[in-house]
Design a protein around this ligand. Sequence first.
Ligand code: PMP
Ligand code: GLN
Length: 380
Amino acid sequence: PETKLPKVGTTIFTVMSQLAMEHGAVNLGQGFPDFEVPPRLVEALARAMREGRNQYAPMTGVPALREAIAGKTERCYGWRPDADTEITVTSGATEAIFDAVHAVVRPGDEVVVLDPCYDCYEPAIELAGGRAVHVPLDPLTFAPDWERVERAITPSTRMLMINSPHNPSGAMLTPEDMAELTRLVQSAGLYLLSDEVYEHIVFDGRRHESVLRYPELRERAFVVSSFGKTYHCTGWKVGYCIAPPLLSAEFRKVHQYNVFCTFAPAQWAFAEMIAHEPEHYERLGAFYQAKRDRFQRQLAQTRLRPLPVPGGYFQLVDYSAVSDLDDLAFCRWLTAEKGVAAIPLSPFYAIAPEGQRLARLCFAKNESTLDAAIERLKAL
Ligand code: PMP
Ligand code: GLN
């Protein structure tokens, strides 16, 4: 039968996590922390449940949480979105991305994505009747080539999607990128979807170039984030979207009939956490930078060559000194035979670069987990 998503199978994250389980491998594949969420957050969640916050939340999100997000946004990016008309709480960034795409993409529209890109983008575009147009990032630095992006834009282009810090590479957009981006979306009249789920995980004193800092960009953008990344709770699936009132109104039409509202007790817990413990997100960069640095020092004792990681919690490694297998075969072999699960890059591409020998390792892990992985990787 004719199916709607003929190219889609089971996600590589699920495939590799299952393989890791079968083989008892240390799982550095799928991106999730293996340490606890902040105690205050657990307490706040339990309290919200005990205090009866267990029925439907308002469709757009609990007001206290939207106010907390507005305040946090102002602290971080110098601009305060309106909590009532510009912020919508969603069931993870995945839902926010789906809703934003469905709010504006019509049958026949094109959406430009920059490869490698996160796996949920293209299916959302296709289900909306649109078509993803893939433009590759630089194969070494993962920087966008804006001239190439410009050449991919046609009269049918409706939206451009960006992601900084970037999954899988950790690359970050620079102020120069933001200037190019502004020129481009303005001249082509595009909507922008900015996936900023790793916004607080940035290293070496870099500044996260949020689209929210730039008035000419945010007036046409959906900016998406995820508490799963910031608060070590990927399984709670709570995120949000910030967009101007007219775009938020369209976004909310989709959200309303997709999920209606997001898990209420967690919204109360995040409201408390954001307002009363800003140190958590302020220190997240330093917290992960220490993990990155330690992991990179350990990798120096292996034959895997680590690439620079400006942000996010993934380490790309070049494995060409170890194996000439393609990345899918290498990651399967590494998981099944060597006991360390990793994620290949080719599933993040429409067309992966010929001969690329890179794998993604997640370092959002306890030291003991990373130590166990390194012991096995040293033997390669
Ligand atoms: N975008 C990117 C770049 C991601 O890495 C992830 C999480 N893996 C998401 C979106 C989805 O976030 P959530 O789990 O909140 O749906
Ligand atoms: N975002 C996570 C990653 O990149 C995976 C989430 C998922 O399993 N869908 O590893």
